[in-house]
Design a protein around this ligand. Sequence first.
Ligand code: SF4
Length: 892
Amino acid sequence: MQTKKNLWTKTTCAYCGVGCGVEAKPNAQGLLDIRGDQEHPANYGRLCSKGLALGETVTHQERLLHPMINGAQSNWDSALDYSAQQFAAVIAEHGPDAVAFYVSGQLLTEDYYTANKLMKGFIGSGNIDTNSRLCMSSTVAGHKRAFGSDSMPVCYSDIEKSDMVVICGSNLAWCHPVLFQRLKAAKQLRPELYIVVIDPRRTDTCSIADLHLAVNPGADVALFNGLLAYLYKHQLTDVDYIKNHTQGFEETLKSAQQECIDREDFMLRLGIDAGQVDVFYKKFAGTEKVLTIYSQGVNQSSQGTDKVNSIINCHLAAGRLGKEGMGPFSVTGQPNAMGGREVGGLANTLAAHMDFANRQHHALVSDFWQTDKLASKPGLKAVELFDAVYQGKIKAIWIMATNPVVSLPDSEKITAALKKCPLVVVSDCIKDTDTTRLADVLLPAQGWAEKSGTVTNSERRISRQRRILPTPGEGKPDWWIISEVAKRLGFKQAFDYMHEGQIFDEYVKMTTLDNPGGKNRALNLGGLTGLSALDYFNMKPQQWPVLKYQDKTVEQRLFADKQFFTANKKARLIAVKHQKPLSECSSAYPFSLNSGRIRDQWHTMTRTGISSRLSAHTPEPFVSVNPLDAQIAKLTKGDLVKVSSVSGSVLARLSVSSEVSRGQLFMPIHWNKSTASQANICRLIKANSDPNSGQPEFKYTPVNIKKWQYHSEAWILSRTPLVFEEFDYWVKQKVAQGYLYRIADKVTPEDLLIKLSALISLKGARKLSYAAASHSSKAVYRFADISGQKMHCAYIAAADLQEQELQWLQGLLDENIDAAVERSIISGQVEGRLACGKMICACKQVGEKTIRNAVHKQQLYSADAVGRSTKAGTGCGSCINEIEQIITECVV
Ligand code: SF4
């Protein structure tokens, strides 16, 4: 909310499902100043590096500003008419199931609601699915199996109230940093708070763990089945709770016991030390307040739903649910993944937690929307949906606010599918993505700072996202674009919305249908019905169910009354059994590839990639391998490597790290065709999906790895974007005032220079040019194009640059080029302000060398002391683990 005196507007972060409250204020540069909202119960003022950099990503540089048809600028009337006519023609000729929407957890709830209403309610097909399918649909399926509804039981404050936190398949430190900071602070306050991390990789999250279980990839079901059998064997199950409030215990227990009958076989499946397993089981059994936080490592699996249920089974059997400090806790990846789940963004749900299979629900929704066209069966889930596009069964698709060409498995097939689809409409705020390149119609949507509506975070808390900046060009709210197409399809009455508050009010009413007091569905927002426009604007974060509007923070755990949303009100334990991943490693593909996020980037980098601060920490796509595996494969840190699966291959820089277990590789998910030549990991991943949820297996792909030999490489700085498509390897990084490219090629350095000079047009009055060493294998070529004190472009080329310290180049476009800088360019020797080394602290822009120097010279032995001296780690705190590692290395 905003007053004349207070120009800070309260809104919600655009990135992960923590859903942090943000305060934003326009600044003189046309961007936003950002700070954490001290009052928001998700973060109480904290923000991570991505949230803190939100203000830098609101530039208009990469924005889609106007509607486009077949590559030509158009106008709204023409683009909307054209899209509606094309959709109508396909529906008339081939029926409603020949069209589809593919939407996104980036949409606001009001946008999602409108899209779902149009597709399921009025076009009459279930074919609307969301990229949240790739994120947490296994949890949705697991919740429904266990609780009878998709209802996450716990609150964030349970983190501080628990005595043991189990983090399973989640690098919380990097993917949900503010929750991690809350947990870390709780641990500092109460060191006895016991933390277990279950992850094949030793991630930054392990820095606060008492126990790290580096289980084999996919071993979660076996591990939790073993726990259930242990609880029973030691008479530590809650007999009353099981008898009175659950069903399915006997079969589930039997299945769990069978899992570990052969102890040796069981331990082989887990791949860890038996003593560690016993410590975990004993600790879980002996601690009442246990919280199990889980994320993509559990969900993104061909057995994701079973994994979710194996965790919930243990909580149900121990009666650890519905009370403070305990319960299974799924953290969502996207800012509004939960909102999408609520309104029916998934193809297999109807709306407002009502289901296709329930006739009464179908009648309620039909009646509420006043439609006789409501889809009668679930639509296609993401992977199936794009298969149907590929097969020509779907002939018109509308993709909203997402980049499936990069994010879906088997990305080459997705590209082929969209290329041959007769109509591809994409609404987005970004102009150039791998997906917008394949669109027939582009519709400019508003960006984060321009949108108004609501989002729901991982703890079921609905927060307002508020408009802060005017929309550039002709961008429009997504709900408006959808409604305008709906009107042109003949559904004016049902989509005649004037503003997003009306849509919210309609959705809120829907949650109350045959649901007095939330008795039939936990998702009841009855307390928010009939809000005035002002009340809606000012709405404080509300955790559902909302039976009464509260102007203060209210927390509510679900299932405190031990009543579930099944027919007999009892929770279901589900018998599950460990299964191997669908594709197995072989002699041709001996490594299992794990995928995940890095600290400062988000999804396909269309927004975080705009921030030079966020791009500095990990500027190049990499693949991590265990040191022993690297040695055996004769690979060295800094090599370029080709990683191949049966589906395709990628090129990335090699990182050697004992954080990765033997036989495994790790690679981040973010790079795409706009930012790197061949680093989209989804080229490698097969579309093996969980049969219950349809969620693909992103965490286990059999691959091989080989050194990719190049003969020359270069770093190129430029104020304007350059195109390096003809080079074998290139990566683009946003830096202050321009771009930094890293390229590598099979030609000699001299031939590389010839290729480069043909691409770069010089503008400056002065050219600095220098070649060091006499023969080509050692020669280093340095060049800069300068006018006055401003650099236009520069490059450094050699046969191999891996031994060179070049981090200082990143800031040069933002520097006054004085004699000292010129000397550095010519000599390659840097000192003073340029010599900061690899960026460690993105918030305060502090490099590794600066930290090392401070540690050495000032004898600093703690991250706090380093922070006081250099400011490193005093922003969001996500880099503190790295600072501590640097201190340890310096001390050693
Ligand atoms: Fe945004 Fe970071 Fe909070 Fe996630 S943890 S919502 S990315 S500030």
